[in-house]
Design a protein around this ligand. Sequence first.
Ligand code: SAM
Length: 345
Amino acid sequence: MAALSQGPSPALTSSPRLTDSHGRVIHDLRVSITDRCNYKCVYCRTGELGAQYPELGIEEYLRLISLFVGLGVTKVRLTGGEPLLRRGLIELVQELARLRTLWDEPLDLALTTNGHLLESLSAPLKAAGLQRVTVSMDAVDAPTFERITRVPGSFETVLRGVRAARAAGLTPLKINCVLLRGFNDDQIDGFARFAREEGVVVRFIEFMPLEEGRLWTPEIVVPLKEIVDRIGRVLPLVELDAREASETARRYGFADGKGEIGIIAPVTQAFCGACSRVRLTSDGKIRTCLFSQVEHDLYGRLRAGAGDEELREYIFRTVQGKEARHHIGEPEFMKPSRSMVHIGG
Ligand code: SAM
């Protein structure tokens, strides 16, 4: 990282677009605005709810995000922790909705949530300029759901949140479900029906070694192929074309044309070659990969008084060093120091 302290990059002055040394264009920024969460999902948390890392002020997130947008980012997803817990969220969304990309267009502005507070926040978020939400749900029956979240009444609360988000027009509404073998893989068929009945796109995600505890094994991952086969036996599926090269989910429609599911398979069908993403943690560190072993202290530079030009230069050079790929399942794999909830999922 010594290169970060060198003079202005010729590449930055001639072309402001973020790229990495592997030729990928980076246009997608995920920003965690708190690492607190009101759920204690058993595969994610050890049981603590509180923050492990500091939060920045809303104005500071805005300044840092604006710098990324000035470098070609077109898509911003707010996440956490649980982003709906964050005071100032509506104001942040309002300001982000006013930003314009390098191509003078509004940002593609989305948020990932557990949905617990979505019933009351959907309409204000939509009015503030949020375009869509992704809601995480790991079961479609209440007892299993509540066993996972460890919060009584959470299933009904989230269902009301999902319906409120759809009614507010935060669409297309996606539901993300992380599957763990022997734990919630009995929910697959139910989710397929849920997608059709609720008019949502359900996306199954392969479990990655990013939990606080030590749960992950290759055997616990339910691979893409198995998910497709299992749904296909009950409701025939047809594979759909990707909408863009960097799309993480393989898309499938139901053969009768009603409804869609997706499968995100970072473990069995890694999509690192098409990755267009970087992350900013709640304490203002850049992570160029979920599995990065190093973090880059962007906020530290801001706090030390760096001007926009210096911060842009830092972002540009940091992103240049983005990892080629993750190494899940390989002998040299090392778990990152932060788990998913503290990185920003
Ligand atoms: N609280 C918000 C939520 O529930 O969507 C945002 C943060 S949460 C960490 C983001 C997503 O990461 C959730 O869908 C969660 O299920 C997923 N997740 C957590 N641990 C994971 C893991 N080890 N592998 C894959 N996905 C994981």
